[in-house]
Design a protein around this ligand. Structure first.
Ligand code: PBG
Length: 325
């Protein structure tokens, strides 16, 4: 053969592959989700998320310092609310001394440079396990949005750098932006879970926070996974309403959506590599069926290649350890 073009030339050594690599993971790509519980010295492994823990605030603060030292620059906070504090309106979510508000303060005090993002949705605080207020078996939109806006201001007051509404109510981004502006929080960012699908892959997360819906499912607010154009509509509306970062969630079954969104907007796109995606790799690795380290890097590289500028992942720390080794 006398071939003029031999594609294998650019693959023949580690050196040349490195030089022409199009996608390179760095610690700057990751957002680290953290699950915080009441108590001191508490570190509980989440059964369906082997190797991932719910931690009390004291241990969380230590963890955040360690993450910063490793080069990770952003955390996304979730709290596990006590059952007796849950109600239909998510009242505890607005408590200025609630676990979330105390956590934001403690983390910003201990590690001021770490970017602190907070989950905005009612489900951890809801007696129904839904992201919004329930009336006659329906998740009501507008009353929920009011609470979400107040919740965002409450987190901003506690020192949150970004709020991350994960609820999928209509009009919440503009409502949150206006509430933040009205309270003088002109530096608080909004990372909108814009294209969040009703997915079975959130199962382990709901174990972690004991937040599974008490009745029905989340299909009247989260998106139908059969839809692609709808994701672009959602994202463009959130951009108009004032989102600083838009998100696609989950990630691996939605790489086409990530790319579609990346092509549609000029602002950063994040992807959430969710709890079930973490659990799948963990489980296969435990069985000896997959090489965990390779699966982690390949998965995260694929998500970034698809168009994610940022990736929220339970594998962030593990990935950075691999990248640094
Ligand atoms: C709550 C919320 C969920 C996740 C992030 N925020 C669960 C849900 O919508 O039911 C899922 C994260 C994961 O599975 O890792 N609004």
């Amino acid at each position: 053969m006398h071939l003029i073009r031999r594609n294998r030339i650019l693959r023949q050594s580690y050196a040349v592959r490195s030089l022409v690599s199009e996608t390179i993971l760095t610690p700057n790509d990751f957002i680290v989700p953290l699950f915080i519980i009441e108590g001191a010295g508490v570190r509980e492994e989440i059964p369906s998320m082997s190797g991932y823990f719910r931690m009390s605030l004291d241990l969380t603060v230590k963890e955040v310092k360690e993450l910063w030292a490793m080069g990770l620059k952003s955390v996304l906070l979730f709290i596990k609310c006590k059952d007796e504090l849950k109600d239909n309106k998510g009242t505890e979510a607005l408590n200025p001394d609630g676990l979330m508000q105390r956590s934001i303060k403690a983390i910003k005090d201990a590690c001021p440079d770490m970017l602190v993002m907070t989950d905005i949705a009612l489900d951890p605080f809801s007696s129904y396990g839904h992201d919004g207020i329930v009336e006659n078996g329906q998740i009501v939109n507008d009353a929920t949005v009011e609470v979400l806006a107040q919740m965002s201001v409450s987190h901003a007051r506690a020192g949150a750098d970004f709020v991350a509404p994960s609820d999928m109510m209509d009009g919440r981004i503009i409502a949150i932006r206006e509430a933040l502006e009205a309270d003088g929080f002109t530096n608080t960012g909004i990372m909108a879970y814009s294209a969040k699908y009703a997915s079975c892959f959130y199962g382990p997360f709901r174990d972690a926070l004991d937040s599974a819906p008490g009745f029905g499912d989340k299909k009247t607010y989260q998106m139908d996974y059969a839809n692609r154009k709808e994701a672009v509509k959602e994202v463009l509306m959130d951009v108009e309403e004032g989102a600083d970062i838009v998100m696609v969630k989950p990630a691996m079954a939605y790489l086409d959506i990530i790319r579609e969104v990346k092509n549609a907007v000029e602002i950063p796109v994040s992807a959430y590599h969710v709890s079930g995606e973490y659990a799948m790799i963990k489980a296969a690795a435990k069985m000896g069926w997959l090489d965990e380290n390779k699966a982690v890097i390949e998965s995260l590289t694929g998500i970034k290649r698809a168009g994610a500028d940022l990736i929220a992942t339970y594998y962030a720390k593990h990935a950075v350890q691999l990248l640094n080794s």
